[in-house]
Structure formats: structure tokens, C-alpha cells
Ligand binder design. Sequence first.
Ligand SMILES: *[C@@H]1O[C@H](CO)[C@@H](O)[C@H](O)[C@H]1NC(C)=O
Ligand SMILES: *[C@@H]1O[C@H](CO)[C@@H](O)[C@H](O)[C@H]1NC(C)=O
Ligand SMILES: *[C@@H]1O[C@H](CO)[C@@H](O)[C@H](O)[C@H]1NC(C)=O
Ligand SMILES: *[C@@H]1O[C@H](CO)[C@@H](O)[C@H](O)[C@H]1NC(C)=O
Ligand SMILES: *[C@@H]1O[C@H](CO)[C@@H](O)[C@H](O)[C@H]1NC(C)=O
Ligand SMILES: *[C@@H]1O[C@H](CO)[C@@H](O)[C@H](O)[C@H]1NC(C)=O
Ligand SMILES: *[C@@H]1O[C@H](CO)[C@@H](O)[C@H](O)[C@H]1NC(C)=O
Ligand SMILES: *[C@@H]1O[C@H](CO)[C@@H](O)[C@H](O)[C@H]1NC(C)=O
Ligand SMILES: *[C@@H]1O[C@H](CO)[C@@H](O)[C@H](O)[C@H]1NC(C)=O
Ligand SMILES: *[C@@H]1O[C@H](CO)[C@@H](O)[C@H](O)[C@H]1NC(C)=O
Ligand SMILES: *[C@@H]1O[C@H](CO)[C@@H](O)[C@H](O)[C@H]1NC(C)=O
Ligand SMILES: *[C@@H]1O[C@H](CO)[C@@H](O)[C@H](O)[C@H]1NC(C)=O
Length: 738
Amino acid sequence: MAGACFLLIFASTLLLASIKSSTASRMAKPGCRETCGNLTIPYPFGIGPGCFRDMLDVSCVNNTLYRHNSTISKMKIYSIDLLGGQSRVNTFIASNCFYNKTNFNTDGWASLNTGEFYTVSTKANKLTAVGCNTLAFLGGFNEHTVGAGCFSMCADKQSVDPSGQCSGMGCCQTSIASNLFRSNITFDLRFNNSEVNSFNPCSYAFVAELDWFKFKPYYLEDDKFRKEFRDGVPTVLDWVAGYENCNEAVKNRSSYACVSKNSQCINSPNATGYLCTCNNGFAGNPYLEEGCQDIDECSFPDQYPCHGICSNLIGNYNCLCKSGTRSTDPKKVTCNPIGVSERAKLMKVSIGISACAILLLICISALLMECQKRKLIKEKKTFFQQNGGLLLYERIMSKHVDTVRIFTREELENATNNFDSSRELGRGGHGTVYKGILKDNREVAIKRSKIMNVAEKDEFVQEMIILSQINHRNVVKLLGCCLEVEVPMLVYECIPNGTLFELMHGKNRRPFISLDARLRIAQESAEALAYLHSSASPPIIHGDVKSPNILLGDNYTAKVTDFGASRMLATDEIQFMTLVQGTIGYLDPEYLQERQLTEKSDVYSFGVVLLELITRKFAIYSDGAGEKKNLASSFLLAMKENSLQSILDQHILEFDAELLQEVAQLAKCCLSMRGEERPLMTEVAERLRTIRSRWREQLMQNPINETECLLENSSSNYDISSTGQHGSLMALDLESGR
Ligand SMILES: *[C@@H]1O[C@H](CO)[C@@H](O)[C@H](O)[C@H]1NC(C)=O
Ligand SMILES: *[C@@H]1O[C@H](CO)[C@@H](O)[C@H](O)[C@H]1NC(C)=O
Ligand SMILES: *[C@@H]1O[C@H](CO)[C@@H](O)[C@H](O)[C@H]1NC(C)=O
Ligand SMILES: *[C@@H]1O[C@H](CO)[C@@H](O)[C@H](O)[C@H]1NC(C)=O
Ligand SMILES: *[C@@H]1O[C@H](CO)[C@@H](O)[C@H](O)[C@H]1NC(C)=O
Ligand SMILES: *[C@@H]1O[C@H](CO)[C@@H](O)[C@H](O)[C@H]1NC(C)=O
Ligand SMILES: *[C@@H]1O[C@H](CO)[C@@H](O)[C@H](O)[C@H]1NC(C)=O
Ligand SMILES: *[C@@H]1O[C@H](CO)[C@@H](O)[C@H](O)[C@H]1NC(C)=O
Ligand SMILES: *[C@@H]1O[C@H](CO)[C@@H](O)[C@H](O)[C@H]1NC(C)=O
Ligand SMILES: *[C@@H]1O[C@H](CO)[C@@H](O)[C@H](O)[C@H]1NC(C)=O
Ligand SMILES: *[C@@H]1O[C@H](CO)[C@@H](O)[C@H](O)[C@H]1NC(C)=O
Ligand SMILES: *[C@@H]1O[C@H](CO)[C@@H](O)[C@H](O)[C@H]1NC(C)=O
């Protein structure tokens, strides 16, 4: 029982399927002939009674389709466009000949004879005339009586357009009116071929499909044209299912053409009347019952793309991703990664390949960049090591120095505007000093060393280590350094007013420098050196004390700098220097001889600076005769000869002679040939402190116009000079400046 039932169901489904498939493919009415030759005949066209609608009957003879009864019409149908409402048919050519050969229709006219439900398509056709001295017309009717014409003229053979264009020289073309029926092609017989009979006896005119006709000049000769187009010319006709518009058509159920389910009416855009069409998602013949069939979209992935799982619905289709990826539209985008069609897979593979290629490219470039980076880091590391970074690092760690900052190369490049020459503060034996402005707007001095040899590098590190341990008001403060460059750089606090050397002799030279300023500079420098010698442990020897190494801040604050030649003296150990460093004129003669750098070497050099301050002469200077002289030697000689006045700066000569004598005496002690005879730096500083405070007391009690004193260069007694505000103000300034 169950088996039989099953069989029945099976059979009926099969039957249904077969019916469905057969009806789906049918275009003609059931029981009507569907093809003629290779042409399909879709209803409302048809052969025989009951197989066509209204006047759309056709006949098929010798596998050729004709409109109406072929024996009557002789009008072939080349094709039928069911949905576009057009068909391609043949029409006849009108001709007018000047000679009287038989077999020629020289009536001078031709009917287009479209018949009912057909009109000549205005969009798809053109009226064409061929001939010389030819005026052709297309007359007919739509809502109006209309006519269009074109004129062609050529007096001789040479006047014919050889290019094959219908330009009016042997051939002309014109557009035609829309919705024409009962149209007729005629010639204006006032223009005939009598004059051009020798090369063009006939004129022709026809309505043909756009762009179909190509004019050839030989068409003008004899009956060549007629022979070539014996069957007439192809013309596009618009046809309609009814003359009403859709609103009217739908109302009349008995005549409504769109009988299929899922079909609808459309007003023909090309002609007056309506056509039928299947709804979206359906295809077939809308003029037949059951004509519009559902489209199985999944079978046509080209027209109905689905990159997911396709399932057909009536009038539509579903395309889903298997799970999770509903947000994307699988009709447009590939789902990942299941239920993908072969095409999508292919696409995916190609996408994958290109993605891999891109990834590889990125990887390679990243690798290269990494290599570059590593190289740079390695370079920096090498420089760091070469520049004594490790040594410094160890020292800093062991001494718990946290005041020195390591700057990056970029930071310093930025701060100095890439070491712009306009930022240069000074250029010396050890390198160039630039003014830099850090990100926090702090002004700094950046010393960029010259390319160094090993000894110089050692020196550089020495300076860093020493400076990193010193924190004194009169010693230039090291803020940090940059070691990751070939040329190491040191970053100091910025001291704005140049060096003592510049003040005395150089670019910042002032014609007058007060005695108080000089004493201040001397005392503060001495304090700095005393601090280096005594306060730091182990003692630090500057090793290159000279006026260019004393920087001046505001109000002549002295700041000792340049510790490149400095040494830390290990206790109970006398350093034996293989290389004597220092500057001629300031160099301790004992050190020069013994090669032993001691604190007393600094004392000697300071003695020379003291001399510079009171004599305002270079350490090595040329006298009036142009002879080079050592300041220290000259001074000692002057002291011996008791002619100190001759060597002192004229500008301070006027002041307290006793005081000056005292300073001179101190300098003399500092310049003793034997180190042990020289005072300690602390003692020097102490003495200078006393001298300076005494001088200031005198100024307070008895202010003098120092400037005035210059002009009156008579007595050595400052008492005689007039009193003034300037000097005292200066003194007060200096006092508050401390
Ligand atoms: C139909 O057959 C004719 C000749 O028999 C041929 O010229 C034409 O191209 C064919 N049309 C189609 C659509 O195959
Ligand atoms: C059909 O073809 C046959 C032979 O090919 C011919 O004799 C006959 O005239 C043709 N009929 C028409 C209507 O063209
Ligand atoms: C065509 O017309 C002729 C003469 O009127 C007639 O004999 C013939 O049967 C017609 N053919 C068709 C298919 O209607
Ligand atoms: C109307 O005319 C145009 C141009 O000839 C043609 O492409 C189209 O198929 C015709 N019919 C419709 C319904 O657009
Ligand atoms: C037509 O041709 C005949 C002989 O071929 C000639 O006698 C007659 O004049 C011609 N008629 C015209 C109008 O050319
Ligand atoms: C076409 O025009 C000719 C000449 O003017 C005329 O004799 C013929 O009847 C017309 N045909 C139609 C269908 O209008
Ligand atoms: C042909 O044209 C000539 C003028 O070019 C004219 O005299 C003659 O009458 C025309 N013939 C006809 C039949 O109209
Ligand atoms: C409906 O169509 C039939 C047949 O075409 C016609 O006779 C009838 O007048 C039409 N009715 C209306 C209301 O248009
Ligand atoms: C320094 O850095 C600032 C901001 O980071 C930038 O605007 C400026 O152009 C840089 N200067 C140089 C010389 O790189
Ligand atoms: C020192 O420099 C500052 C800033 O450049 C300036 O204002 C001041 O006048 C200078 N002082 C001396 C004594 O040169
Ligand atoms: C100080 O000397 C200068 C220069 O001669 C002079 O212009 C000024 O008036 C003097 N000041 C006093 C208070 O005398
Ligand atoms: C310099 O002296 C002036 C005036 O007494 C004072 O305002 C200023 O702070 C001093 N500058 C420095 C750097 O000591």
C-alpha cells in the first residue's frame, strides 16, 4: 500500500515536473505551430485560426515567416522581439526611372503597408533616397497627416560622394515621424533623372533600419541597386498588444492581453498602445496563461550572483552565509568560508595570493627596516662604547650620579636647528659650542667635539665624569651628554656673557672694567678651583686654567669650564703625565719639567689669570717693540724692579695702590717657580675674599665715579677723584648679584 502510494506520488511529481518544463519553454499557444525555420513564433503572433491575437497573424512558407498571408503580403519577418514590442521585416523600395525598361516598377511610389497593430519605428529607422536630382517623401498618418523628405543632387559623376556617406551627393537620409501607419514613399516628379540619365537613370527611396544602409557610388548606375536589393530592405516596426494605454486596457477583461499570472501591463515607449511583461523574478511569455514562470536564479549565477548558499524562491531567491556572517550581503560579497561557489573560490584564491604577495612585501620591507634599525642601534651602541659611555655609565652608577642626563641625537639636532652656524657660540681647540634651545625652552650650550683620537676621547670622558660630580656655583654645570653619535656632545648650562678672555681682549671687550668686577671674577674663579682641589674627593685638578676657560654670567659671575685636561688625583699617588697639556703662557714650568700634575699647577695658571685681570695683557703679549713676552716673566721682573705701575692696567692704576700691591703680591706667590712655595687654592681664594671685601667697604664709605677717574690720570690717590653714583651702584649690583 505504502509502496503504491509512494509510486503514485513519485509518478505525479514526475508528470508535474515534465508539464512544468514543457510549459515553461513554450512561446506559442498550446496546439499552435511554434517555429518557422530557425524563428520562434511567440503568441500573440501565430499561424492559423485561434493561434494569434487580432491582426498579428503570420504565415510560414519555405521556412520563411511572412506577415499575414504570404501570397497576399509578400512581407517577410526577419525577427520578432516579444518584450521590446518590435519586429524586423522587409519593406519595398520606391523607384523612379527615366528609361522604360520592363520589369521595373517605375510607378514612383511604394507603400510601407504596415497594417494594423504595427507602426514604423521612428527610433530605429531612417528614410533614405538614392539618386542625382532626387526629392523623396515619406507621407503618412499618425494623429496628423505628416510628411518628411530629403533631396539629393549631383550634376555629374564627379559630384557623387565617394566616401559612402548619405550627404546629399547621390544619397540623402532623414528621420521620420513617430507612430506612422498607412505611409507611402513618393518622389517629387518635377525632379527626374532626364538630365543625369547618362550615369544615373533611376532614383530610389526606402525606409530602412538605422545604420544598415551603406551607400556605394555604383548604386547609381543602371539597375545595379535594384538587383542588389531585390527582396526590399529591412525595416523595424513597433507592434502593440492593443491601442489602449494600460489604465484602459486593464479594465476590459475580455480583451486584456496580459493574461499570465505574475505579468503586468506597460505602456509602449515607442508606440501608442500597451505591451505585457513578466514581473521581476519571472520569465516567459506574458501573453499566455501560465506564461510567466519563476526563474531559478541559482542556475544563472552570472545574472543573479550569490557568494553564499543560494536557494530559489518564487519570484526571488535567497542567498545566505552559513552562519555568523549575516551582516555582509552575500549577493555582493563572498561569505567566509563555506558554501562558496567555484567562481567565488577562484576569486578567493586570487585574493589570497595577492594578499600573500602584499604580506610578503610588507614582511620584506619590515625586515629591511628592522635591519636598518638594528644597524643604527648597533652604530649608536658602538659610538656609545667608543665614547666611553660604558665607563661613564659605570661611574655614574657607582657614584650615584643622577644629575647627568643622556640626550638623544635627535633632541640635540632639534635644539640646535641641525647645528646651524647662526647658533655657534664659539669655536675652540676641542670643538664647537652651539647655543641650543631644548623642548622646555631651556637655553643650553652644546659642545660638539671634533673627531677625536683615542686620547681625546679619554679626555672627553674625563670631563664628563668630573663634571658629573661637581655642583658648584662657579663651575659650569653639565646637564647631560649625547654619546650615540660619532662625535660625542656635552650639554651645559648656558652662560650668556662669553669668556673672561673675550671681555678683556676679545669680541666682548669693554674699554672699562671696574676693579670690583675684576676682583669678583678673580675671587669666584679661585673659589671654584679651591672647591675642585679640596671639596671633591679625590681632588680634581683642572689642568688648563686660563681666561678663555672662565665664562661670565650676568653681573660678571665667573664660571670655570673646560675640564678636558682635568685629572682626578688618586690619593697618595702622583700622576705622571706622558703628555703635557695646557696652554703656553699659563703652563706651570715645574709641571713642564717634572711631568707631575699637582694642585699647584692650577695655582700657577691662576696666578697668570690674576695678572691678566690687573694688567689686561695677554698671557703672551707683544710689547711696544713687537717682541713676544711672557706676561708672568715680565710681571715678576717688574716686581723685582719695583716698577709695578709700568705693567698694571692704566684704568685701575688710580685706585687703592696698597690694595693693588696686595693683589700683585698674591699673584707673585702663585707664580713661584717651585710648587711648594705657592699657596693652596683655598688660601688664594681666602686672600682674594678679604681684599675684595675691603675694597667694597671703601666703595661704600666713599663712592667714586670710576669713569671720571679714567679721565683724570694724575694721582694714585682715589681720594682726589670726585664722588659719583655709577661706581657705587655697580658695587651694589655686584653685591646683590651674588
Ligand atoms: C536563421 O536562418 C537564416 C538562414 O536560414 C540565417 O540567415 C539566420 O542567421 C538564422 N537566424 C538565427 C537567429 O539563427
Ligand atoms: C518554396 O521553395 C520551392 C523550392 O525551393 C519553390 O519552388 C517555391 O516557389 C517556394 N515558394 C515560395 C512561396 O517562395
Ligand atoms: C492565403 O490566401 C490565399 C488566397 O486568398 C488562400 O488560398 C490561402 O489559403 C491563404 N493561406 C493562409 C495560410 O491563410
Ligand atoms: C523601443 O525602441 C527602442 C529603440 O529602437 C528599443 O531598443 C526598445 O526595445 C523598444 N521597446 C521598448 C519596450 O523599449
Ligand atoms: C521606351 O522605349 C521604346 C523602345 O525601346 C522607345 O521607342 C520609346 O520612345 C521609349 N519611351 C520613353 C518615354 O523613353
Ligand atoms: C501612395 O501614393 C501614390 C501616389 O501618390 C498613390 O497612388 C497611392 O495610392 C498611395 N498609397 C497609399 C497606401 O497611400
Ligand atoms: C523631368 O524634368 C525635366 C526638367 O528637368 C522636365 O522638363 C520634365 O517635364 C520632367 N519629366 C517629367 C516626367 O516630369
Ligand atoms: C472590450 O474589448 C472588446 C473587444 O476588443 C470591445 O469590443 C469592447 O468594446 C471593449 N470594451 C470596452 C469597455 O472598452
Ligand atoms: C623641532 O621639533 C619641533 C616640534 O617637535 C618641530 O616643530 C621643529 O620643526 C623641530 N626642529 C627641527 C630643526 O627639527
Ligand atoms: C649678559 O647677557 C645678558 C643676556 O644676554 C645681557 O642681558 C646682559 O646685559 C649681559 N651682561 C653683561 C655684563 O654683559
Ligand atoms: C660720572 O662720570 C660720568 C662721565 O664723566 C659723568 O657723565 C657723570 O655725570 C658722573 N657722575 C657723577 C655722579 O658725577
Ligand atoms: C644681576 O644684578 C641685577 C641687579 O641687581 C639682579 O636683578 C640680577 O638678578 C642679577 N643677575 C644674576 C644672574 O645674578
